[in-house]
Design a protein around this ligand. Sequence first.
Ligand SMILES: *Cc1c(COP(=O)(O)O)cnc(C)c1O
Length: 390
Amino acid sequence: MVDPRDTRFETRAIHVGQAADEATGATIVPVYQTVTFTQDAVGEHRGFEYSRSGNPTRVALEQAIAAVEGGKHGFAYASGMAAVHGAMQLVSGGEHVVVADDLYGGSFRLFSSVLPRYGIEFTYVDATHPEEVEKAMQNNTRMVWIESPTNPMLRLVDVAACADIAQRHGARLVVDNTFATPYLQNPLDLGAHVVVHSTTKYIGGHSDTIGGAVVVNDDEDAKSLQFTRNATGGVPGPWDAWLTLRGLKTLSVRMREHESNARKVAEFCRERPEFSAIHYPGFSDHPGHDLAKRQMRGFGGIVTVELAGGEGAALEFCKSTRFFSLGESLGGVESLIGYPWSMSHGAFPPEEKRRKGITEGTVRLSVGIEHVDDLCADVAQALERAARVG
Ligand SMILES: *Cc1c(COP(=O)(O)O)cnc(C)c1O
C-alpha cells in the first residue's frame, strides 16, 4: 500500500493522519470530545492520557499539517499567536532574535511588550535585504524571524538566503507562512528550521475557527515544543482541530481559486484611475516578482491597493463594497477588505507605518472565491459610490 506521505499535496491533505477510525471504521476522523482516556491498568493506555498532552482529533490535524509543509513534526495551537509564542519558546532569556520589521502586528506586540520581560532581546531589520539580517547577528542570536510575502505590502523576503545566514550563526530561521500557505510555499524545503501558521486564515479557510500551527523537522526541537506546549497549555479543543482539518482538505482547490481571482482583481484595479498603485507579486514590475517565482508556486490571494484620493477616498471605498466585508482577518472563502492604517497596523506609530509603505490611502483586499466578475463589479460600484460622496 502507498504511504499517504509519499503522495502529492492534494492527497496528503486528505489522507495523512486520517485513516478510518480503528474503533468504529468511521471514515472521517471523529471529534474526540473527551478530557481523559480510560487506562486498562495503571500506566497502560493506548497512546493518549489527557487531552492537553494529546488528543486524537488534534493529532490527525498535526500529522496532516506537517505532511503538507513537508515537515516531520506538527503542533497545533489554540491560535496563531499561541503558535508564535510556542515557537518563541525555543529561545531563552539572555538570547537574541533578529526579526524582519515588516511583521504581523500581534507578533510585534508579543516581541516588543511581553517577551523582553523574560530577557529575550530583539533587533528589527529590513529583511528584504538579507545583508541587513547578517549585520544584526550577534554571538547570542539563536533565531531569525521572517514573513514572506509580508502584510500588507506583499514584500518578498529571500527564505533560502535567510536560512543560510541563520545556519551559519547557529540560529534557527522561523518563517511565518500564513500569507503564502503550504500550498504555495514550503519554507522547510528552502532551508528554514521552523514554520509557523495562523490556521485561522487560509488553512481553516472559512473564517469560523481560530487556530495556529508549528512544523519542524528537528527531533530535539519537536521534543522541546511538545514539552513547553504541554507545560503552558495553549492547545486547541477537538472541535476547532476538526474544523481546521476539514478546512485543510480543500486548501488546494481554494488556493487555486484565490490565486486566479486575485490576479484578475489586481488586473482590473490596475486599469482604474482611482488607484495610484497596486501591490501584487504576480505583476512582473513588482519588486519581489522574480523571488516569488523562485520560492513560491503562485502569488497568493491578497491584493493591496493605494487610493489616489488618500484617506477620504479609502474610507469611503472600505464602507462601499458589498461582497468584500469590512473586517479584520484574511484568507476566508468570502472576500474581506481592510484598512491597515487604523485596523491591522493601528498599533504601529505613523512614521513606522509610512516606513513600511502604508499610508492613509492603503487598502488591503483578501480576494475570496466568489465569482470574480461579481468581485470586480463590486470594486467598480464601490469606487463610483466613493467618488459621489468624495
Ligand atoms: C493572523 C496572523 C497571526 C495571528 O494569528 P491568530 O490566529 O489571529 O492568533 C500571525 N501571523 C500572521 C501573518 C497572521 O496573519
